[in-house]
Write a protein that binds this ligand. Structure first.
Ligand SMILES: [Fe+2]
Ligand SMILES: [Fe+2]
Length: 131
């Protein structure tokens, strides 16, 4: 079962690039979660983990660029949230490829919990400025 399902009601920001990227992000996360919790090859899980993290980094950079371009007041606090998740992801990625950590159910739930808070609070907040 998919870990995350995008709906406009729950995750819509009124900013088209963000909504499109969030749906792609959910798809990459669901693929990783399905592989990791269904015993896929470790190399396959690693490739999906790398693809997800690369996309997340690009997505955050895109949001930050647009917020800065509009002089959005919430930029600093929003970027701090992004930086914290990227640091957590980079740590997991390093440990995974060193054979010291795995992508587990808990990892999936951690990312879901983060997104369930971040998109409705932080991302929806830039809607009026960027939409
Ligand atoms: Fe976002
Ligand atoms: Fe964000």
């Amino acid at each position: 079962m998919a870990l995350m399902t995008w709906t406009a009601e729950q995750y819509g920001t009124n900013v088209s690039f963000a909504d499109e990227e969030h749906q792609k992000l959910f798809g990459l996360l669901n693929t990783l979660y399905d592989q990791a919790t269904n015993g896929a090859d470790r190399s396959q899980v690693g490739a999906s983990l790398d693809a997800l993290i690369a996309f997340v980094v690009d997505h955050f950079a895109h949001e930050e660029k647009e917020m800065q371009a509009k002089g959005f007041a919430g930029y600093e606090a929003h970027k701090a949230e992004h930086d914290a998740l990227v640091a957590t992801c980079a740590d997991l990625q390093t440990k995974f490829h060193a054979g010291e950590a795995d992508v587990t159910e808990e990892v999936g739930q951690m990312v879901k919990t983060w997104l369930d808070k971040h998109i409705p609070t932080f991302d929806k907040a830039y809607g009026p400025a960027l939409g």
